[in-house]
Design a protein around this ligand. Sequence first.
Ligand code: 5GP
Length: 121
Amino acid sequence: MTYDDKNIFAKILRGEIPCKKIYEDEYVLSFYDINPQKKIHALVIPKGKFIDLDDFASKASEKEISGLIKGINTVAKKLKISSDTGKGYRALANINENGGQEVPHLHFHLFGGEKVGKMVE
Ligand code: 5GP
């Protein structure tokens, strides 16, 4: 599978579609999900062209990998949902068909601001 440059998050990264930005650095962009499932529902995406977590694990550089993990933590702190600034949250990445992934650019969902509930339905 090749990366589809027309996916919605690629368009957001290129600034062709607006987003409610939370945080940005060299490695990640974070913004609010357009259809929030919890009180706080943020998305964190790497800036590189990666389809999903498996693609990322096999192709991303060490700096991109640590940049994404640290980016998630930075966003959680900013939203005051991290372990040290709040009451915690759920980070979730859907992967491909069985994982229910709709947008083919790797993204982590951050759910918080309230109890997130059952892990899997
Ligand atoms: P997935 O099912 O691929 O893990 O999640 C895709 C997420 O992207 C969904 O939660 C959906 O609401 C969100 N989404 C889809 N299009 C847009 C958009 O144009 N802007 C934002 N901010 N979120 C989007």
